[in-house]
Every structure is written in structure tokens, then in C-alpha cells.
Design a protein around this ligand. Structure first.
Ligand code: PLP
Length: 386
């Protein structure tokens, strides 16, 4: 059965071939045993079985460790979704009796994981006001193990003073994690801010075409082993085809994001002028309460932002969103398609409850900004009639 299995190294192509694999083969039993021991010890690029890695997944892990981590010494692990990367990373460093500080503005499923699953394992999650900055020190207890940040926050787009939080956490021996999906390495450098572990939903801009799900946890080398052990023990892995697609998306992610940033700012500025809109939640606008922090720490904004309506009934929200020409109704973001979705955040905030009007989230894809503006103008007109 060895026929047709020779890899022809004479033909050089731009991209790597895709490895689809479960079994990994060795020349000798001694080599198989040595590789097994190396995998358990968390050594890089050592695999006895494709759940530990293949040539394609290691290529993506290397690329992510570099684009997200460099010049810091980091390693990256892949998970089958962004949420899986978040939950496995939290499980890797927390244990029974630990205290977790987590931003109130966190992605909803991350909140649920902390409140439900981590609580079942005896971890106490405390939600903090995203505006806390260095004031986080007052919340740190002897048993606080992790601070989990997301900046800007999901749906409400608050920017946190991440460097100030990291300075306190490092001094107090607490590990810091951030969900960096919104800015991604194109527009934010979490390891320069002092973060220990960064999470990316590759499903969004790095896949970029709404056709795959994947997540990554990128961590400073000194914290690698607990993460890698959790990844291996929970059996977290991704297939070669999807890893190849993310490697492909990674080449153009920043260019797409630059374009989507310009489109989103054009649409956001237009929305700011509309009488139905109370406020636009976009950190790149001077009207955003933490615009100065955004300018200090970020080099750009992606295509995702929110706006608050002065008032809207559920029927009016439906009229705004239904049957748009360019905006689809969908929960995701980060692809080339534009999306609109009202946000229901009443149950997703506890430290800082939302007191504003109805919230709508928009993702600007690669559409023409004037098409998106015309579509929203139609939606607001339909809202007025409803
Ligand atoms: C900020 C943020 N983090 C993580 C995720 C989870 O990514 P995935 O859908 O790949 O699980 C999402 C998904 O919407 C998100 O918005």
C-alpha cells in the first residue's frame, strides 16, 4: 500500500500541501517512543498522532505565534472554534478554589462558560467594570489566578486600559488573558501591553470568508505547558483543510481589515448624523468615551461596531433588519459579508448593567460603503413606518 505515497520535493509551490492525517509513522520503535515523550513534555513540532499536530497545523501554529506574538517568544495552539480556545485556555490555568476576574463586557458564551462550567468546577468568576483600569488591584484576592479581558467589549465596545491592568496583575502574580478577536494582530499587540495569553477566533477575519470555524490561544513560552496539556487532554485539534484555509486567509486578512475599517468608519459617521440614533459605539470615533485609549493602544479598527437607537419597539427593530439588500441578519462577523443584528444584552451584564436604548450591531463587509448607507437609510425608513 505504499504506492502513490511518495512526496515529490522537486516541485516547489508557493503554498504548502495540505496534510490530512490521523496516523503518524515512524522509522523505528525507539523514535516513536521518543516522539511520544517529547509530545507529553510539550515540545514544539513533535507529534505521535495527528491530534498533536501535522505539517499543516504546525505551519499555522508557527505563523500565529509569529504574527500575534513576535517579537515576544510565544507559542500557539489551535482549537476547533474561538469559544473552544477560550474555554480550554481557562480550564488550563484554573482549578478548584480559584478566583477569576472577568470583564463585564465579555463575549456572551465566555460569560456563560465562566458562570456555569467553571462554577461547577469550583472556580468563582467575578465580573468587573471594563473601565476599571489599575483599580482592578482592589478586586485581587489571594486566590485570584486569572484576569480575563476583551477590548473593545462585545456589543458595547468599551476600550480597557489593558497595560494598566497587566501591570497590576503581573505585580500580584496573576495571569492575564485577552480575547483579541476584534482588533486581531493587524491592529493590536496584546503582548506589548503585557498580556500573557491572547485568544483569537480565527473564524472571523483570519478565515475571512464565513466558511470555517477555528480558534487559537497564543501564549508566552513560559506558560505553554499547562495550555498544551489541556489541549491534548481535551482532544482539541483541527483538520488540515481548515488549517490550510486559515493560512490562506492570514495572507490577506490585514488588507481586508483595512478596507473594512474605512467602510465601517464611513457608515458610523453617517449613523452619527441620523436623528433616530442616540449614540454610535465605535472606538475610532472622537465621540467614543475611550477614544484616547484607543488611539494610544490600537493601530486600527475592524468592521464591527454598534449603535444605540433613541427608541424602537421589537416590531421596529425587525423592520430595520428584515429584507435588507446588503446586510444579512446573522450572529457572526469578520467575513466579507455585511451583517446586522440587534443586541439583547440585559442578561449579559452584571457589574455595569446596560441603561441605554435598543442596541444594534453592524458588521461592514467588503460591500461598497454607499450601498450599505443606502440599505440602512431604507431600514430606518421602514422602522419609522412600523
Ligand atoms: C469576541 C468573540 N470572541 C470569540 C468568539 C467565538 O468564536 P467562534 O464563533 O469561533 O466560537 C466570538 C464569536 O462571535 C466573538 O465575537
Amino acid at each position: 500500500m505504499s504506492t502513490g505515497r511518495e512526496f515529490d520535493r522537486r516541485i516547489a509551490t508557493v503554498n504548502l500541501p495540505v496534510t490530512r492525517a490521523s496516523s503518524v509513522l515512524f522509522d523505528t520503535l525507539a523514535q516513536a517512543e521518543a516522539e511520544g515523550a517529547a509530545t507529553v513534555a510539550g515540545e514544539w513540532h513533535r507529534s505521535t498522532y495527528a491530534t498533536a499536530g501535522t505539517t499543516t497545523t504546525y505551519a499555522l501554529m508557527d505563523a500565529l505565534a509569529e504574527v500575534e506574538g513576535a517579537p515576544h517568544r510565544c507559542r500557539a495552539a489551535l482549537m476547533p472554534s474561538g469559544l473552544a480556545a477560550i474555554s480550554v485556555a481557562l480550564m488550563a490555568y484554573l482549578e478548584h478554589g480559584d478566583h477569576l476576574l472577568i470583564t463585564d463586557s465579555v463575549y456572551g458564551p465566555t460569560r456563560l462558560f465562566a458562570q456555569n462550567t467553571l462554577a461547577r468546577f469550583g472556580v468563582t468568576a467575578e465580573f468587573y467594570d471594563p473601565a476599571i483600569g489599575a483599580g482592578i488591584e482592589a478586586l485581587i484576592r489571594p486566590e485570584t489566578r486569572v484576569v480575563f479581558m476583551e477590548s473593545p467589549g462585545s456589543y458595547t465596545f468599551e476600550i480597557q486600559d489593558v497595560p494598566a491592568i497587566c501591570e497590576v496583575a503581573r505585580r500580584r502574580g496573576v495571569l492575564t488573558m485577552i480575547d483579541n478577536t476584534w482588533a486581531s494582530p493587524a491592529f493590536a499587540r496584546p503582548f506589548d501591553w503585557g498580556v500573557d495569553l491572547s485568544l483569537l477566533a480565527l473564524t472571523k477575519y483570519w478565515g475571512g470568508h464565513a466558511d470555517l470555524l477555528m480558534g487559537a490561544a497564543v501564549v508566552r513560552e513560559e506558560h505553554w505547558l499547562p495550555l498544551w496539556q489541556a489541549v491534548r487532554q481535551f482532544g482539541q485539534c483541527v483538520g488540515g483543510d481548515d488549517a490550510f484555509m486559515v493560512l490562506r486567509g492570514l495572507r490577506t486578512a490585514e488588507v481586508r481589515m483595512q478596507r473594512q475599517q474605512q467602510t465601517a468608519l464611513t457608515v458610523a459617521r453617517w449613523l452619527e448624523q441620523r436623528p433616530e440614533v442616540a449614540r454610535v459605539l465605535h472606538p475610532g470615533l472622537p465621540s467614543h468615551p475611550q477614544h484616547a485609549l484607543f488611539q494610544r493602544d490600537f493601530s486600527g479598527a475592524c468592521g464591527l461596531f454598534g449603535f444605540e437607537l433613541k427608541a424602537a419597539t421589537p416590531a421596529q427593530l425587525a423592520a430595520l433588519c428584515d429584507r435588507r439588500r446588503h446586510f444579512g441578519i446573522g450572529y457572526s462577523w469578520g467575513g466579507y459579508e455585511s451583517l446586522i443584528m440587534p443586541a439583547k444584552i440585559a442578561t449579559l451584564r452584571s457589574a455595569k448593567p446596560w441603561t441605554g436604548g435598543p442596541l444594534v450591531r453592524i458588521h461592514c463587509g467588503l460591500d461598497d460603503p454607499q450601498d450599505l448607507i443606502a440599505d440602512l437609510a431604507d431600514g430606518l425608513a421602514a422602522m419609522a413606518r412600523a
